[in-house]
Design a protein around this ligand. Structure first.
Ligand SMILES: [Zn+2]
Ligand SMILES: [Zn+2]
Length: 661
């Protein structure tokens, strides 16, 4: 009887596979059941072994029992996930299991069974009743000609009709019986995009995101795998959807930070999309009005193609951005009189105004006027935000909720005051000033309840004069045709931030906010309230020309050897005891001193430095070449295995981090 040996990945935080045997051939990517310690667990076959490690005694090797007759990962998803586990240096089992439907992760009685019913997709021609403009036509024609792996940036200003380009390209693939994967930053914020696809195609559109029930997600996964669903629209968790005959991947709003998973297995779905399309050897479209610097750099190096749509489909000119100097203005809870007048004028014409403030809640600071005590979270290094609607103090880092104390716990004074601005306070101020006008708050709190987002959208679309108050949620994908003016309240935080990609982020945000306005109006106006009207970056942002500012950011990064011109990894460390973190990171820093092509900075406290009772520190590791950085990370992993310091803490790598804190 033949015996085959396999490397199996199990869902444990270890950067290695385990050897098992079987007397049947099991294909790579299949689920198996194995004994692990005293437990029976599930694993994934990673490779068939030609010979086994001589240190392992053959008679101690246990059996792997195959579960499904179908593979969990086909060749290309398998290779992509394997790449991710190596690129992100994350435990291989955890990486593979994060791309398996929850229902299949633990339960061997749940099987992958073929779905036989096939749907024939057809195109609803009546939905294509309008003319494409020349730029749209050019993009569609040229992208249609691409064969194999050849990524394109679709750089389209907001309102330029990128979605129509996605629809036409998808149609081409559907006609060839191929499938298409469309990634979006946050699914519940993009009902318009999903509806456009539903209207255009007769046939099921798979919608996939983490808020669905495990059962629903499994159903969509199975339907994709067996070719029943050919179009999937999903968030970052859908990047490894097992679509049959995948022909095209689209990443909409590719610059958006929601593509990064920052907890547990830290990865970027945008970057994995690039890798997957390379492995599948298919075209990839990265769409954005404010592309990331990485993408722009690859375009400039001719590694990515670029297609531009610089005209809006409605033919209207982009909104006018105005920097309003508030140094000598009287502010009514953060809103300048000029802004108030502009809001008043807008609603008197039966139009809508949008007030943007990137902070939810009522006030970010509760302070004792007598002794200076500040309400802060017991578990985190974070001040509590007062939420008036709930009459509670909430920690925005861990979401812990606290009662509002009537007296100061330090000096017993009753003079507890709230300071600063949040969406709730702005809503209150506007309500008292504009009594008969709907004031619609749009933030994490007002949209949390199921169905509330739909209610808010329909309220906005049914109202005439109205004022929208919201956080960055407002900037993601949704169009508000009646909004003809915006006021941006706290842009200064972004302008003066020391964060290395702060200007890229704030300019993306401001241009995205202003893009929501004036879809139906020529005279749309965006007021940016600022104490730094002469700031050079602000002057560039005011032109509304994102390319101008992005080029400047790229040049700065090149001069300073920052990403995307170098590679960065954060070695993150958490422990209830901050000394344990420091001992570990100091030792790591010490041994890195001999690595002359690597720059190590730290240990630094992360921001916030404490979350849920755990202290957080990190070391910044920077190198000009990714290959060298990778080699160093592998060296570190080996070192850590033998360090007593490493046993006392939790460490992880954050590769290509979104921010450095
Ligand atoms: Zn006090
Ligand atoms: Zn907290």
């Amino acid at each position: 009887m033949n015996i085959f040996y396999y490397d199996i990945a199990v869902n444990v935080p270890l950067r290695k596979c385990f050897t098992y045997k079987s007397n049947t051939k099991i294909p790579v990517g299949t689920r198996v059941q194995v004994s692990f310690g005293t437990k029976k667990v599930l694993g994934i076959v990673i490779r068939k072994l030609k010979k086994i490690n001589p240190q392992i005694k053959k008679n101690t090797i246990k059996d792997a029992i195959p579960i499904d007759e179908h593979k969990c990962f086909d060749k290309s998803t398998f290779d992509s996930v394997l790449w991710a586990s190596e690129y992100y240096h994350h435990p291989i089992g955890e990486v593979f299991f994060s791309f398996i439907p929850t229902i299949l992760r633990k339960d061997a009685s749940k099987k992958i069974t073929r779905i036989k019913t096939k749907i024939n997709y057809s195109i609803n021609e009546a939905d294509k009743s309008f003319e494409l403009n020349d730029e749209q036509k050019k993009a569609i024609n040229n992208i249609s000609k691409i064969k194999g792996f050849d990524p394109s940036l679709l750089y389209g200003v907001t309102g330029s009709g990128k979605t129509e380009v996605y629809l036409r390209l998808t149609e081409n693939y559907i006609k060839k019986d191929k499938s298409v994967l469309i990634l979006v930053p946050e699914i519940n914020l993009t009902p318009q995009l999903i509806n456009r696809f539903k209207n255009r195609f007769n046939g099921e559109i798979g919608v996939f995101h983490s808020n669905l029930t495990p059962k629903k997600r499994f159903e969509t996964w199975l339907k994709s795998k067996f070719g029943v669903i050919k179009i999937v629209i999903g968030t970052r968790s859908s990047i490894m959807m097992p679509l049959d005959e995948l022909g095209l991947i689209i990443v909409d709003e590719e610059h958006d930070q929601s593509y990064r998973q920052s907890e547990g297995f830290k990865f970027s779905a945008r970057d994995m999309a690039i890798k997957r399309s390379q492995i599948e050897n298919i075209p990839l479209i990265l769409g954005s009005a404010t592309p990331s610097l990485q993408t722009l750099k690859l375009v400039s190096e001719k590694k990515f193609k670029k297609f531009e749509i610089l005209k809006r489909t409605d033919g209207k000119s982009p909104p006018k951005l105005i920097a309003l100097d508030i140094n000598n203005s009287e502010l009514i809870e953060g809103i300048a009189e000029e802004s108030m007048t502009a809001i008043e004028k807008t609603i008197s014409k039966g139009e809508q105004a949008l007030v943007f403030i990137n902070r939810r809640g009522f006030a970010p600071l509760s302070e004792c006027a007598d002794c200076g005590w500040v309400a802060s979270c017991k578990l985190c290094d974070s001040n509590l935000v007062f939420h008036k609607s709930k009459n509670r103090l909430i920690c925005h880092k861990c979401e812990s909720v606290f009662k509002v104390s009537k007296a100061c716990p330090e000096c017993n004074s009753s003079k507890i005051e709230t300071h600063g601005l949040g969406t709730e306070k702005i809503e209150e101020v506007l309500k008292s000033k504009f009594v008969n006008i709907p004031i619609i708050r749009f933030d994490h709190d007002s949209t949390k309840r199921k169905g509330s987002l739909e209610e808010i959208y329909s309220q906005i679309h049914e109202s005439r004069a109205a004022i929208l108050v919201g956080t960055q949620m407002l900037t993601k994908g949704h169009d508000f045709p009646r909004v003809t003016m915006c006021v941006i309240l706290n842009a200064d935080n972004g302008l003066i931030s020391p964060e290395l990609n702060a200007i890229e982020k704030i300019s993306q945000q401001l241009i995205q906010v202003s893009g929501r306005a004036g879809r139906n109006n020529n005279l749309a106006k965006v007021i940016i309230q600022t104490r730094y009207p002469d700031d050079l970056n602000l002057k560039k942002i005011k032109t509304g020309n994102y390319k101008l500012i992005a080029d400047q950011c790229l040049e700065n990064s090149k001069l300073k050897n920052f990403p995307p011109y170098s590679s960065i990894c954060l070695l993150r460390c958490t422990s209830p005891n901050s000394n344990n973190c420091l001992n570990f990171l100091n030792r790591a820093h010490q041994i890195l001193k001999s690595k002359n092509k690597l720059n190590a900075i730290g240990p630094l406290p992360s921001i916030p430095s404490k979350v849920k009772g755990n202290s957080r520190f990190h070391l910044v590791l920077q190198s000009s070449t990714k290959t060298y950085l990778n080699r160093v990370l592998k060296f570190l992993i080996n070192e850590f295995e033998n360090w007593p310091e490493a046993k006392k803490i939790k460490w992880s790598f954050d590769i290509d981090p979104y921010d450095m804190s």
